[in-house]
Design a protein around this ligand. Structure first.
Ligand code: FRU
Length: 497
């Protein structure tokens, strides 16, 4: 055989082997969370529900497993747990990379992009011009628009881009669009360095500045990013929620998501108080926002990583996953309003079997296979911990510390941590509920844990990297009052229903 043919064959075989490497069984690969088959992913973008499909776009760099020129990757789901990765939706162009943003269903065709009775989906996102950044200018982040007339499959960038230019701020990004029915106008909530700016529009193309919020309020250890503005009815009263991601300076250092509650009149956001509150007290829930067009049900999704080490975690073909989608609520406790987050109902679809255990059985240890959901009630809340471990003695602990009145996740012995010096540590999240009884849900995947306490009033999300998946769980508790303990074995989302 001629040499060039052999070389070609080798090349092709090499290519095939590389292509054929099974993404499902790669070390640390999440089994119940969305992660891209290959390459780098960060923030969820353009979350929109339309015609029975949940669309998830995401910050994506297809050519590497570290951050680079940003695209919008795309995945579609009928139920929020089984995702099908679709073609890349938006590519960088001469205006720059495609940074974070949002998508709305323009039902009344306010934008005029609809034609032949087709409803436009309109995406508004930041374009980040790397050349401008390099040159030290202050005009390299501007907002652009793209629309889809085929239910989100393909996108056309607007010829008039950018639609909103920076007023001369280096950080001017991550537009979240919502419809404000009382004023019959669109609102853009945008992160601008140390504040949030609100703009309004009748047609999604031309935007008027309304107000700004945040200077001197809340946490300011880093840049504000990826906001979301939502309204809830709490005990008959309308309360607005403003989510603001911040990096660094989050609850556990690095990236985190704080929030404010208050009122919004279509012009300005006025906070009810100036207390700093965090939507999640773990280290790995960032840039989370909600789906648009889901009616009164608000569904939240975050990037399950942290900019401190996101580009260094020891995965091979892909980097990072999303949190489990969560129903987001607001609850009044004492004088303040607090967010609640619980896994979406569709998680039930993954349950293969649920086994009930008594206190003694969990004390002796239980064998686990695959991802699991652990649920239990502590009738009179006091210190407890559940330890998930593998045969190599690597272990992750999640529990509650009575003295600190805080839940915790301890990943100090959880597995690999050589990629970031502060990774192997214990993090605490304050208990917010005031009841004696506490019901806890813990979701454990190959490389992540999510703790939901008290109907999601305290949540903690963390990643970890054991050399082998954990295959046992054991409980220790200071008093014997754990009950209604259930462990549900969950099926992998890689096997589509
Ligand atoms: C948040 C963020 C956004 C930005 C995007 C770039 O993680 O920094 O502010 O739009 O990531 O990928």
């Amino acid at each position: 055989m001629p040499r060039f043919l052999i070389q070609l064959l080798l090349l092709m075989t090499g290519f095939t082997i590389c292509q054929a490497q099974d993404p499902v069984h790669e070390a640390y690969r999440p089994q119940i969370h969305f992660s891209p088959k290959k390459s780098w992913m960060n923030d969820p973008n353009g979350l929109v529900y339309y015609k029975d499909n949940y669309h998830m776009f995401f910050q994506y760099y297809p050519d590497s497993t570290v951050w680079g020129p940003m695209h919008w990757g795309h995945a579609v789901s009928k139920d929020l747990v089984h995702w099908k990765e679709a073609a890349i939706a938006l590519y960088p162009d001469k205006l720059g990379y495609i940074f974070s943003g949002s998508t709305v269903v323009d039902k009344s065709n306010t934008s005029g992009f609809g034609s032949n009775g087709k409803t436009p989906l309109v995406a508004i996102f930041t374009q980040h011009d790397p050349a401008g950044e390099k040159a030290g200018s202050n005009n390299f982040q501007n907002q652009s628009l793209a629309y889809s007339l085929d239910e989100g499959t393909t996108w056309t960038k607007y010829s008039g881009n950018p639609i909103l230019k920076t007023p001369g701020m280096k950080d001017f990004r991550d537009p979240k669009i919502s419809w404000y029915p009382e004023g019959k106008k669109w609102i853009m909530t945008l992160a601008a360095g140390d504040r949030i700016m609100f703009y309004s529009s009748a047609d999604l193309k031309s935007w008027t500045r309304e107000s700004e919020f945040g200077v001197g309020t809340g946490a300011h250890g880093g840049v504000w990013e990826c906001p979301d503005l939502l309204s809830f009815k709490v005990d008959g009263k309308q309360v607005w929620l403003l989510l603001v991601s911040i990096n660094p300076g989050g609850a556990q250092g690095g990236s985190g998501t704080q929030y404010f509650t208050g009122s919004f009149d279509g012009h300005a956001f006025t906070p009810l108080d100036t207390v700093t509150r965090w939507a999640d007290y773990g280290a790995d829930n960032y840039a989370g926002v909600t789906w648009s067009n889901t009616g009164d049900e608000k569904i939240f999704l975050g990037w399950m990583s942290n900019w401190q080490y996101g580009t260094k975690v020891p995965t091979v073909q892909w980097r990072s996953a999303m949190t489990i989608p969560r129903v987001l609520g607001l609850k009044k406790i004492g004088d303040g309003y607090f967010t609640t987050m619980m896994p979406v109902e569709a998680l039930e679809k993954l349950v293969i079997k649920t086994t009930s255990y008594n206190h003694d059985a969990t004390e002796n240890g239980i064998a686990l296979t695959g991802p699991v959901r652990l649920e239990f009630t502590v009738s009179d809340l006091h210190s407890f911990s559940f330890t998930f471990s593998n045969s190599q003695g690597q272990a992750l602990k999640a529990g509650y510390d009575e003295e600190k009145n805080s839940f915790f996740i301890d990943r100090s012995q959880a597995g690999r941590s050589d990629f970031y010096s502060g990774f192997a540590t214990i993090h605490y999240g304050p208990r917010i509920a005031q009841t004696n009884e506490s019901r806890i849900t813990i979701l454990l995947d190959n490389s992540s844990v999510e703790l939901f306490a008290d109907q999601g009033l305290t949540t903690m999300t963390e990643v970890f990297f054991p050399d082998q998946p954990y295959n046992s769980v054991q409980q220790t508790v200071s008093r014997k009052s754990l009950n209604d303990i259930k462990i549900s074995q969950l099926s992998s989302v890689w096997s589509q229903p």
